[in-house]
Design a protein around this ligand. Sequence first.
Ligand code: NAD
Length: 251
Amino acid sequence: MHTLFDLTGKVALVTGSGTGLGAGMARGLAAAGADVILVDRTDPDETAEAVRGLGRKALTLSADLSGLPAIRETVRKGIEAFGRIEILINNAGIIRRTPAVDFSESDWDDVMTINAKTVFFMSQEVGRDMMKRKSGKIINIASLLSFSGGINVPSYAASKGAVAQITKALANEWAQHGLNINAIAPGYMVTNNTANLRKDPERTRAISDRIPAGRWGMPEDLQGAAVYLASKASDYVNGHVLVVDGGWMAR
Ligand code: NAD
């Protein structure tokens, strides 16, 4: 069974891997054997140290992935260093909280760009390289707001709905080329993304009360799902959105 999940010799690229869920998943892939290209707006040095501590290679690339030139340059540098990218985790994302009635155009555009547009064009750029080998694993980070609308985060909900649909659209076109495109929808996780939400004691308690597992998730909680979707174990899984939420959606 072990070989089903073994990533030894594989090259992964994880966006937004300087902190939070991306850092956790990058460490998980490295623990399963992968070398990792770490991309973030600031240098993801701490994650690189952890990957190297697990005996794997790490390349750090500092880039703001909200534009096509930066996306292309990042993928080019990754392939130049490692020769290929076999696993892509589209994790980088942001959230803006304001009631819909006052929501600004920039809060709409900024979130839609990195959370949705970048997911598509990173996939396109890396997907072209994967198609040459007729294999590759793309994992998009969706959200519970891929399924429901949320409160005060309209562009985030729209962008994460788009992530689920991009996942299915690409799976429909690229499964025939040997690529697996799937998504992970994390529940409520302890990262910078939820720092402001966790400052509100009432919302925090209401959310905690609805989680059957009785706790918020930690970045480590996504490692199993990430390794599964990055490995041979998921070769016949296409266009799936895997919820990892301590049971929130079952409630
Ligand atoms: P985080 O803020 O801790 O990490 C996000 C990372 O993405 C940061 O390192 C940030 O620098 C990077 N990033 C943002 N914009 C970027 C850009 N333009 N270019 C390059 N890097 C950029 O948050 P997180 O919770 O770890 O979020 C990771 C992903 O998980 C996001 O897509 C988020 O929407 C999603 N998510 C989080 C939760 C949660 O509860 N924390 C739940 C569901 C989904």
